[in-house]
Design a protein around this ligand. Structure first.
Ligand code: SF4
Length: 273
């Protein structure tokens, strides 16, 4: 896209006691929602930073570090748009990497189908808190890594799902190797964009497949052709903040204000884990 096809907007929020000014560069013309994901990634990172800062002020520090990949053996929830985004990401990979990743996705999905994990997910057993906890632990205890995990590092770190950005532990790293509600303490996030993203892009695949996981991304893209509408970046942002402010978890004080100006490169680069 040419430079004049972007617009930069500013959003002023107050999250708890913390003022947060976000500057976001979004497409000026109508686009599918996956084009907005880098902006939502940036936002998720900013909200995570506020949570980390609050923990730090309370004397608690994030224990996640490079090559500690316990959380990459969990069932990772994704929004519908992230599922298509991941499928596109894999489709664009050069060979032989693409074939390798596609094969990992297929094997992982097949494994959880074969052991009956998805049967339980779609049964009434998953409806209760106890049933959901059991499913989470069952998935983790299978110790099947995320298809993108390589040498204990995320191979798509900059593009990783929002749920991965929100999972930050302050308990000792070794506790994550046997995650139970008692042993693992997570950073309390004031706002979770992952929840809003799910609502923003809930479409045909969510209706048919129900709860979406990262490992289902390629199958979803194959089974249900993507049918998202196109909207301008400003429209997507307005919708996102509209949903965010209607959730009890969020406490923005002011509505987003778009300010047109020349685009600026965005980006946040953290260490791989
Ligand atoms: S996408 Fe990356 S961070 Fe998320 S579970 Fe997979 S390997 Fe881990």
């Amino acid at each position: 896209m040419a430079e004049d096809e972007w617009v930069t907007g500013k959003v002023g929020l107050r999250v708890g006691n913390v003022p947060l000014d976000l500057e976001m560069t979004v497409p000026a013309r109508p686009v599918k929602p996956h084009r907005m994901l880098p902006v939502f990634h940036q936002m998720a990172d900013s909200f995570a930073d506020i949570g980390i800062q609050a923990e730090s002020e309370a004397g608690k520090h994030v224990s996640c570090k490079a090559k500690c990949a316990s959380c990459c053996h969990q069932a990772i929830p994704v929004s519908e748009v992230e599922a298509y985004y991941i499928a596109d990401l894999v489709a664009a990979m050069p060979e032989p990497r693409r074939t390798e990743i596609v094969s990992r996705f297929a094997k992982t999905l097949e494994h959880f189908k074969t052991i009956g994990w998805f049967d339980d997910l779609h049964s009434s057993k998953a409806g209760s808190m106890k049933g959901a906890e059991r499913l989470v632990l069952w998935y983790f205890n299978e110790q099947i890594p995320c298809p993108f995990l390589e040498d204990s590092m995320c191979s798509i770190y900059e593009q990783r799902p929002i749920a991965c950005r929100e999972y930050l532990a302050t308990s000792p790293a070794e506790n994550c190797s046997s995650p139970s509600a008692e042993g693992v303490r997570l950073v309390g996030l004031p706002i979770k964009p992952s929840t809003t993203m799910k609502q923003l892009t809930e479409g045909e695949a969510s209706k048919r497949a129900g709860f979406l996981l990262l490992i289902m991304a390629l199958e979803i893209a194959k089974k249900y052709p993507e049918t998202f509408p196109e909207k301008t970046g400003e429209q997507w942002m307005a919708e996102f903040f509209g949903k965010l402010t209607s959730e009890p978890q969020s406490v923005p004080e002011a509505p987003p204000q778009a300010v047109r100006k020349r685009p600026k490169k965005r980006g946040r680069h953290g260490p791989k884990r």
